[in-house]
Ligand binder design. Structure first.
Ligand code: GDP
Length: 282
């Protein structure tokens, strides 16, 4: 994961006292979100009049460790029912690819998976997920183009339950005519799944693209307010030297990152490891 952002910051400031204005600007540009950037900035201000690049790294590390959960419970199936993961997000963030990668990841851990192509508003998305499903060797359930995604997810759950499949992953639409339509549709999927099992969906993960910076934070806020998120998948970390968005979303919304995408191939998805992430970032 080439997260060189802070390393370049250290290079820039090494051998001379840190310029406060430049530091503030650099921290804000790191996509950590303004509250996190200011937390670090103020902690440094409280330390000394003159600080070095080493101080910046030390304090940044301390402050980030304070907000990031370092250990996540691994993704485990239930004993007697499918675990449902709803994958949501704006088109183009890597939602369908991440859904496929997640299925591949779970299969590589010897779990059984059923995919539901519930982005019924985009024929290309159904087709794309179908190609992935075949390649991975997992079953996919799809409905009619323009069909009801909630009904599709309901049927998918019933099938996963009947066939003792451990994980049901539903790829959902990323765009409808209006934002409230989209959120309404996702709400309906949630309600419909809950008819099978009051705790379903067990996870609602938003896919965000790291290269879009603060847009990702705005998306997380909107989806979280409307449907409630339990986690985030951050994609395209291979194309971004930053990754601060992971920290901004955790710090401002309390939503943990669960997986990170680091490329276009099926294997380019890793469970999020907070400690490794921070050390690579700094
Ligand atoms: P969706 O519209 O959100 O479902 O997005 P797609 O899954 O179709 O992905 C959009 C583009 O992003 C595709 O070209 C993917 O190959 C690419 N993509 C997805 N995840 C990653 C990632 O982690 N790294 C890189 N470099 N590209 C990715």
């Amino acid at each position: 994961m080439p997260l060189g952002f802070f390393k370049s910051l250290v290079q820039k400031f090494s051998g001379k006292p840190v310029d406060w204005d430049e530091l503030e600007e650099t921290l804000i540009r790191a996509d950590l979100g303004v509250p996190m950037a200011m937390k670090i900035y103020n902690a440094l201000k409280g330390r000394a009049e003159e600080i070095t690049a080493k101080d910046v790294v030390e304090v940044t590390r301390e402050e980030i460790y304070r907000v990031m959960p370092l250990d996540h419970p691994p993704l485990r199936p239930f004993a007697n029912k499918p675990k449902t993961i709803l994958v949501v997000g704006v088109n183009g963030t890597g939602k369908t690819t991440s859904t496929a990668k997640l299925a591949h990841y779970l299969k590589s851990k010897r779990h059984t998976v059923l995919l539901a192509a519930a982005d019924t508003f985009r024929a290309a998305a159904i087709e794309q997920l179908g190609v992935w499903a075949e390649r991975i060797g997992v079953e996919m359930i799809k409905g009619q183009y323009n069909g009801d995604p909630a009904a599709l997810c309901y049927d998918a759950y019933a099938r996963a339950d009947r066939q003792n499949i451990e994980f049901l992953i539903c790829d959902t639409a990323g765009r409808l005519h209006t934002k409230s339509n989209l959120m309404g549709e996702l709400e309906k999927i949630k309600r419909t799944l809950a008819k099978h099992d009051p705790t379903a969906p067990d996870e609602i993960w938003l896919v965000v693209d790291a290269t879009t910076g603060s847009n990702a934070l705005v998306q997380a806020r909107e989806f979280h307010q409307s449907i409630g998120l339990t986690g985030v998948i951050v994609t395209k970390l291979d194309g971004s030297g930053k990754g601060g968005i992971v920290i901004a979303i955790q710090n401002e919304l309390g939503i943990p990152t669960r997986f990170v995408g680091t490329g276009e191939k099926l294997g380019d998805l890793e469970p999020f490891d907070g400690r490794k992430f921070i050390e690579q970032m700094l």
